[in-house]
Design a protein around this ligand. Sequence first.
Ligand code: SF4
Ligand code: SF4
Length: 363
Amino acid sequence: MPAASILPATAVLEMTGDCNHACIFCSCPWYAEQGICQTEMEISEWKELIEAYAKAGVINFCFTGGEALLKEGLAELIAFAAQVQARYIETVDGELKAWDAPPKLYLLSNGKAVTEEVLELCKTYNVALSLSLPGLETFEEHTRGGKDASHVLSLFRKAKEMGVTTTAGITVTAKNFHELQDTIALALIAGADRVLLNRFMPGGRGLANRELELTLEQVMEMPKLAEEILQKANRDGHIGTELPRCIVNPSDYEKLKVGTRCAAATDFFVVGPSGMLRVCNHSPIDLVQWRDFDTLRNHPYWRLFVHKAWTPKGCEGCSALGQTCDGGCREAAHVANGSPEAVDPVFRGASPIHFFYTSFTSK
Ligand code: SF4
Ligand code: SF4
C-alpha cells in the first residue's frame, strides 16, 4: 500500500513502563538488567502524537505498555483517538485513492485491571481487546502477579456478551508448552475471537529466564498443535513473532497465519513511554524522538530494517533469503547474539542453511 509518509501503517504505543504483573517472559527492554524507563509523556503529548501520525498515514493505533491501563488518562486518550481523522491511501481498481476516516484502535492488556467500564470503553470506541493468557496451570508462575487464568477467561466471556472483539495473546514457553492446546481451546471456548501466539524470545526480563526458550522441535511443533485446535474450533490464529522459512512452511496451515518476513519498520513501529521511536517492541534501540520521525529516512538502523539489507549468519547463499525469509527474528538475533545480522536464537546452535536443505529436499 502506498504511504502518506515514511511511517508504517501501524503504531504500537507503549503508554507506560509500569505493570501490575512481573511476567518472567516479558521482553520490554526497560526490564532488562541494564534497562531504564525514561520519563513518561503526558496524555496531552500522546494526543498531539496521535493527531500528527494519523495525518501522516498511521491508520492503526495499538495501546500497550507495560500495562496500558495503568496510564492515567488512557480512557480520555482512546476517546480522542477514536475521533481523529487518519489518512488512508489505497489502490482501488488500479487507481490510487485517498480518504480520511478514524483510525482502528487496539488495546493490549494482561487483564488484571480490566473492569466492566474498560469493556464498555472498548465497546463504545470499537477497540479490539487483546488479553494475555500465558498458560492455565502455569499462569501464576508466568505472570508473577496474576492469580489464575480464570479472570482472563471470564473477561473473554463478558466481552463476547458485550460484543467486544477479543484476541487471546499466548506467549509460548518451555514451561507452558505442554498445555498449549488446552490454553488455546479454553480461550476460544470462553469467547476469544482469535489467538495470537508468540514464541518466547530473550529480551527484557526474559533475558534472565532463558530456560523458557523452546527447543527447535517445540518451535516446529507449535504451529501444528495450534492449527489442530483452530481447525476444530473453526477460528483463526496468527503467530506474531516471525519464524524462519526453513523450519515452517506457512502454506501448510489454513487457520494459522505464520509470518516469515520481519515486519519491523515496514508494517509497524513502536513509540516508547518517553516518546522515542523503535523498529519493534523487541528492539532495545531508541532511534529518534517522535516529533523527528521524518529524520528516520536517514537513520542507519531504521534503514537496515526498511531495506532488509542483511545477511544473517548461517543463511549465506540461501535462495529464500530476502524472498520469503529474513532468517527469523532480527531483534531476537540482536538481543541474544549481539547483532541484527546474527543467527536467530531459535536455531539453538544448529545451522540455518542445514535446515534449509533438509526441509526443502525432504518435500
Ligand atoms: S537458511 Fe536462513 S534465510 Fe534460508 S530459510 Fe533458513 S533462516 Fe531463512
Ligand atoms: S524484529 Fe522480530 S519480532 Fe520484530 S517484526 Fe522483526 S521478526 Fe518480528
